[in-house]
Design a protein around this ligand. Structure first.
Ligand code: ZN
Length: 454
């Protein structure tokens, strides 16, 4: 089967140009026109006039909740949301039930995805206080890296013992992706807030409890350990200006030379769409819908994060897509669950920030497609290049539409973006050359591929 995508504007590797993409058996063979295409059998032509063609988004941070938490979400529903959002590859996090902290649990997840994922997939392995001895048995060609919840309370994957941290940082050549928040500081802040505001303080206090200081102290410890053990540290969802200043000011070079390959101790950082888009002023409007950990913080923090997109201190944009049922979002700081669904709207939200002048379209492609591929050494994805798998997304500008509950693919059935009008629209998503999303429909018969690394 040969597919030709004609008439679109390609955005790839810093360039924006009109071109034709030719795909054979799911692989890009050419970015130019081939002669005698008319005479070929089995030719699918896609008209991309008026569209931009980007590499499919690689989301390095999702929680699809399967196995064990499937009342909130599952791989089938959330990979539909991914396809509808232009995301062709996801890396899922280990805080499921059971936790992905044993080789068996990891295999179980791969088996589930082989049955139900409509886009490409892989899974992080989770670090615990006592499983570092299993790291050498991990196949480095099958997983992006190891996820560490460093002093954050997500299930019982909290790693809080110093000697356990030292072992984890010294035990793997894989990227170590760390959630950095200091539990002691959070607990202290929570106790103070409860004293002042009662047992379940309003969500407006969430960024005071999960404070700048809690993030900063934990990030600082992670960077110190990474430098001590030459660990390839990737800090998940950075949220504060103070952490960014630390990463710039100290000896930790966050301006990475990804194209030339990373040295082990270079620290990279992820920002999420939610932290780039919302600020603490949005709690009044959206309440616990935007409660997540680390907390959405001040406008000043958001501005610092947005600036860091263009100067290289932020390397990757992910979503931390973390669905909960709306009933689980009831209450305040103590009771409401933390996390929100975002994967279906991550690309169009970032395109809105492009329209506002926050970053360029080329830089968006760098942060959401090229850099995740480079950082985790993804094979044959993340770029529009001959020989690479045809993971592509066609987006149309000036094509206003409003988010309504009926267009939401995520199982939880709600979005913080409900009622929002976007100007950009995802028109078509190709996964391995197959149109998995087109005209508002996900092809649920299609199954994506396991991603290969290194
Ligand atoms: Zn997360």
């Amino acid at each position: 089967m040969r597919t030709i995508i004609e008439g679109g504007t390609i955005v790839n590797e810093g360039r924006t140009f009109d071109g034709t993409i030719i795909i054979d058996d799911g692989t890009i063979v050419s970015l130019e026109s081939l002669e005698n295409l008319e005479s070929q059998d089995h030719l699918e032509r896609i008209n991309a006039h008026g569209c931009y063609i980007l590499p499919g988004i690689i989301d390095d941070h999702v929680h699809f909740r399967e196995p064990g938490l499937t009342e909130k979400a599952d791989i089938d529903t959330e990979s539909r949301a991914a396809a509808a959002g232009g995301v062709t590859t996801f890396f899922d996090m280990p805080n499921t039930k059971p936790q992905t902290t044993t080789l068996e649990a990891l295999e179980e997840k791969f088996a589930l995805a082989r049955q139900k994922s409509h886009v490409n997939y892989s899974f992080f392995y989770g670090a615990t206080n006592d499983n570092a001895d299993t790291f050498p048995q991990l196949d480095i060609h099958r997983i992006p890296g190891i996820k560490l919840f460093m002093g954050s309370s997500t299930g019982n994957m909290l790693v809080d013992r110093r000697e356990a941290l030292e072992r984890i940082f010294s035990s793997t050549p894989l990227p170590l992706m760390a959630h950095c928040e200091d539990t002691e500081i959070i607990n202290r802040n929570m106790a103070m807030a409860k004293e002042e505001y009662g047992d379940d303080p309003s969500v407006a206090h969430h960024p005071e409890i999960r404070s700048v200081e809690a993030c900063y102290e934990s990030t600082k410890l992670a960077v110190e350990l990474a430098r001590k053990y030459q660990t390839r540290l990737h800090i998940a969802h950075l949220t504060t200006a103070k952490e960014l200043e630390y990463l710039t000011g100290g000896q930790s070079p966050c301006e990475v030379r990804l194209t030339e390959g990373l040295s082990p101790c270079e620290v990279t950082a992820e920002a999420t769409v939610s932290h780039l888009y919302f600020s603490d002023r949005d709690y009044a409007r959206l309440g616990t819908r935007i409660k997540c950990n680390p907390a959405i913080k001040s406008e000043r923090d958001r501005e610092a994060l947005q600036q860091a997109l263009s100067d290289g201190r932020i390397t990757v944009i992910g979503t931390d897509h973390a669905p909960h049922l709306l009933s689980q979002k009831e209450g305040g700081c103590a009771k409401a669950a933390s996390g929100m669904p975002m994967i279906q709207f991550s690309l169009v939200t970032m395109l809105e920030l492009v329209d506002r002048g926050v970053l360029s379209l080329e830089r968006l492609v760098e942060l959401m497609c090229h850099n995740p591929a480079r950082l985790f050494e993804v094979r044959q994805r993340g770029f529009i290049r001959p020989g690479y798998r045809a993971d592509l997304v066609l987006v149309r500008p000036q094509s206003g539409w409003t988010v309504t509950p009926d267009c939401i693919q995520s199982k939880c059935g709600w979005s913080p973006m409900e009622g929002h009008t976007y100007l950009w629209r995802v028109e078509r998503t190709l996964c391995n050359g197959h149109s998995v999303y087109v005209n508002g429909q996900v092809d649920t018969d299609y199954i994506g591929e396991e991603v290969a690394f290194r």
